[in-house]
Ligand binder design. Structure first.
Ligand code: SAH
Length: 232
């Protein structure tokens, strides 16, 4: 069994595994289906104050993470011809998609750098060929929660991590559409019934209802996804 391996570079290693240690991701971690290593970026600081950041060149508010310290941490994580992609969580990155998640989870793992303060010195991004990834158009205080989002999305796709192996295929984004609505017992909740097609026991009708609903919801909520879906 090949193990999906992730190394997280952070100033707050004690945040991990956090939510990744619970539920299905946590069970997968315990079962050895994926592995998590954290490196404290501060351990790679060379001066006696162990400083990892400094004031921005050109002035202005906040602090910037030093390129040399970060590069040393990345080199440690990627030593020995490590083929894992090196990612930097960043609001300026390419927005994370299910397609990229699937590629990453099909690979050997990832080295994930978490920024703090105003971000990282631009030169380390180029020098270590970091792929910047954003989890959405808003600003977090640090990359750790964003890294957890990325890692959770990847590990749930690993074989044996999710209970139901095919629940992946029909999910939101997988077929270019959002998922159809879901229902379970009781049959009537506060006067609202489960749609008739779903209790018909007729496989073809169920499939047809789900496809129509997935299309209706995608068209209404995500015109961008709908346009792409229609175009292909
Ligand atoms: N000054 C920066 C924001 C820094 S936020 C700017 O305006 O672009 C501090 C760190 O949090 C970032 O370095 C990054 O690692 C993380 N972060 C913040 N928002 C994020 C997002 N939407 N996606 C991924 N990482 C994010």
């Amino acid at each position: 069994m090949t193990v999906w391996r992730t190394t997280v570079l952070t100033l707050f290693p004690e945040m991990f595994p956090g939510p990744l240690g619970l539920s299905l991701a946590g069970k997968g971690l315990d079962d050895g289906r994926w592995a998590l290593e954290t490196l404290n970026i501060r351990d790679f600081a060379a001066d006696r104050h162990r400083s990892v950041d400094d004031t921005p060149a050109g002035g202005g508010a906040g602090m910037v993470m030093r390129a040399d310290v970060l590069a040393a941490a990345i080199d440690h994580a990627s030593a020995g011809g490590d083929a894992r992609p090196r990612l930097l969580m960043s609001p300026r990155g390419r927005p994370l998609t299910q397609a990229r998640v699937r590629e990453l989870s099909d690979g050997p793992g990832a080295v994930v750098v978490c920024g703090r303060f105003e971000g990282v010195d631009e030169r380390v991004i180029a020098a270590r060929d970091l792929e910047e990834i954003s989890i959405g158009d808003y600003v977090l205080a640090g990359g750790e929660v964003a890294a957890m989002v990325l890692i959770e999305a990847c590990v749930r796709l690993l074989p044996g991590v999710m209970g139901n192996e095919d629940s992946g295929a029909a999910e939101s984004f997988e077929g270019g559409l959002l998922e159809h609505p879901q229902f379970t017992r009781p049959q009537v909740f506060e006067g609202r019934e489960i749609p008739e097609a779903l209790i018909s026991g007729h496989h073809g009708r169920v499939e047809e209802w789900r496809r129509q609903e997935a299309e209706r919801i995608t068209r209404a909520r995500r015109p961008d996804l709908w346009a792409k879906y229609r175009g292909k």
